[in-house]
Design a protein around this ligand. Structure first.
Ligand SMILES: [Zn+2]
Length: 211
């Protein structure tokens, strides 16, 4: 019984230790792979930024019909107004670097970095470029993505949806009706009642708190 050969217990212990080590290493490899693919997505996304181009004055309609909201969040009516058009340099002067890249060059901010993904106050989210009301806190939900997410815009008239094939998958981009600012994308995996997830960039929005 006691006269095991020297080293007889050894391989078991070493084997056990090795198993844990192997699982640990595997978990590390899996998390590293996730990080690598996230980075690959980011790098791929970055490569599309240069290709984006702001709409010029002679493209698209000269006037747009939008729904206006007052400072206290009430709908005040539908109006037809001239589109807000500025040159790329003009936008660059009035926006932060992140807001400029996101809204005018269809970039995407890093998740969990914006100022409204984790905001739960009551209020309106307006376009950072032209102040048009775009989303209400009443339709905001926690998507866990690190980007502010809503199940519907404050008024369908105030956003434009276009097919975006800039990455490997075809997505639906969402932009501001009044000034063409890129806001984010809409996906069909959102909560009731619409089943939609408007995945926005904090950098595209200006939050106005309601009392
Ligand atoms: Zn706008």
């Amino acid at each position: 019984m006691e006269n095991r050969l020297p080293g007889e217990q050894g391989p078991v212990e070493r084997s056990s230790g090795g198993l844990v080590e192997r699982y640990g290493r595997r978990a590390f490899i899996i998390s590293a792979a996730t990080a690598v693919s996230a980075f690959a997505f980011w790098a791929l996304r970055r490569s599309t930024v240069a290709a984006a181009r702001p709409m010029t004055a002679d493209e698209g309609p000269r006037t747009v019909t939008i729904v206006e909201f007052s400072a206290d969040g009430k709908q005040t009516g539908t109006v037809t107004v001239p589109r807000v058009i500025k040159t790329d340099d003009e936008w660059k002067k009035v926006l932060s670097t992140t807001s400029y890249r996101v809204t005018r060059h269809e970039d995407t901010e890093l998740p969990f970095t914006g100022d409204s993904w984790n905001l739960h106050d009551r209020g309106l989210f307006r376009c950072i470029c032209c102040d048009l009301a775009l989303f209400s806190s009443e339709t905001k939900f926690d998507s866990g993505t690190g980007w502010p997410s809503f199940w519907q815009p404050i008024a369908e008239e105030n956003v434009v949806k276009t097919v975006d094939g800039s990455l490997m998958e075809v997505r639906t981009a969402v932009s501001c009706r009044l000034c063409d600012a890129h806001l984010g994308h809409v996906f069909d995996d959102g909560p009731a009642p619409t089943g939609l997830r408007y995945c926005m960039n904090s950098a595209s929005l200006r939050f106005v708190k309601l009392g």
